[in-house]
Design a protein around this ligand. Structure first.
Ligand code: NAD
Ligand code: ZN
Length: 230
């Protein structure tokens, strides 16, 4: 299994939320990323957060680390990816079993009639953008204050409890319940390997190894080592 966070997409040009260069250094998440904030003033959240995310995500391509995980799946070495990311880059790289804890930014949903529409097709001339029925569009992502889809959570817990190895790539492991997956894997006897340039709350406690480095080069080296031993 692999659990991925914003760090795996940093080398694709998408800044994380926390840490150095993170979005929360410039804007307050409670003011822009909480569902209450969206309900209070959707135009403001679209203007400051969502439009900006759309521009960044539109330009992003999968990197070496996303491609390595897709390759591992093809080799039957990896069962599934649990991701906290909303950028869809795992699927772009070729992974077919991706459990998206926080939804996917590629889609918008009308809050009135539930119609879906591709984010790429949304007209940003007037904010907030609206559906044909007049309802406001929102990304199919989880805002703070909203629940993880229960079927995603159940499946992730089951897979985490039964895996032999869990790769934890580019996540600070501070957002729950995603961060509890390595605990579940560890409690059930799996080896937990972190790939992160920084130590996290898991390091030295829940994870057996920390490979300190950026996801791209580390995953590339890992694939090379596996190929040499296949
Ligand atoms: P996070 O808590 O997962 O923290 C980012 C982690 O990535 C840190 O531990 C950092 O040390 C590590 N990191 C930085 N550069 C790295 C690299 N090159 N290789 C490997 N690791 C690296 O993520 P966050 O930014 O705090 O965001 C939390 C939530 O925000 C996510 O769960 C997600 O829902 C959302 N988010 C998604 C995206 C995306 O879709 N790409 C981007 C930002 C935030
Ligand atoms: Zn509608």
């Amino acid at each position: 299994m692999a659990l991925t966070g914003a760090g795996i997409s940093v080398e694709s040009g998408i800044p994380p939320f926390r840490g150095k260069g993170g979005l929360w250094e410039t804007i307050d998440p409670m003011e822009y990323a909480h569902i209450n904030a969206f309900q209070r003033d959707p135009a403001k959240v679209w203007r400051v957060l969502i439009r900006n995310m759309k521009e960044v995500l539109d330009r992003a391509d999968p990197n070496e680390a996303h491609r390595a995980l897709a390759w591992m799946e093809k080799q039957n070495l990896l069962q599934a990816v649990i991701t906290q990311n909303v950028d869809g880059l795992h699927q772009c790289a070729g992974s077919t079993d991706v459990i998206e804890f926080h939804g996917n930014f590629a889609w918008q949903r009308c809050i009135k009639c539930n119609a879906r529409m591709a984010t790429a097709a949304v007209d940003l001339c007037r904010l907030p953008p609206r559906c044909r029925c007049g309802g406001i569009l929102r990304p199919e992502c989880i805002f703070f204050g909203e629940l993880i889809p229960p079927q995603c959570l159940r499946r992730a817990e089951q897979l985490s409890a039964h895996c032999d190895v869990m790769l934890v790539i580019g996540t600070s492991a501070s957002v729950y319940p995603a961060a509890s997956m390595p605990f579940i894997a560890n409690q059930n006897g799996a080896t937990v390997i972190e790939i992160n340039p920084e130590r996290t709350a898991l390091s030295g406690k829940v994870s057996d190894f920390l490979i300190a480095g950026n996801a791209g080069p580390v995953m590339k080296a890992l694939v090379k080592t596996i190929v040499e031993r296949l």
